[in-house]
Unconditional design. Structure first.
Length: 95
């Protein structure tokens, strides 16, 4: 049985796209419908300290792009940790 590894690049890209698009979508929907995602954006504002309480189109795109990089870093670390753990825990058996 061969040991499977995650692609670090693909995991980083997937994490960036997922997190960046999620925050971008919630931010854009909050611009269209001001009550939508307000509690979520307030919670995100505690993590992203620069995020203003008044949301504008520019701040939404900046939030989405920074969230892309944060998600990419998280995906990268997840893949590296998975590959490390799968290497340590799943030793090859010589047959």
């Amino acid at each position: 049985m061969e040991m499977q590894k995650l692609s670090v690049k693909a995991s980083a890209l997937a994490g960036g796209i997922l997190w960046g698009s999620a925050l971008l979508l919630v931010g854009l929907l909050n611009l269209a419908f001001p009550n939508y995602g307000k509690a979520f954006l307030d919670a995100i504002g505690s993590v992203y300290l620069w995020h203003p309480s008044v949301v504008s189109l520019g701040s939404v795109f900046i939030l989405g792009s920074l969230a892309f990089f944060d998600g990419a870093i998280a995906g990268l670390f997840f893949a590296l940790l998975y590959n490390l753990c799968s290497h340590c825990c799943c030793k090859k058996k010589n047959e």
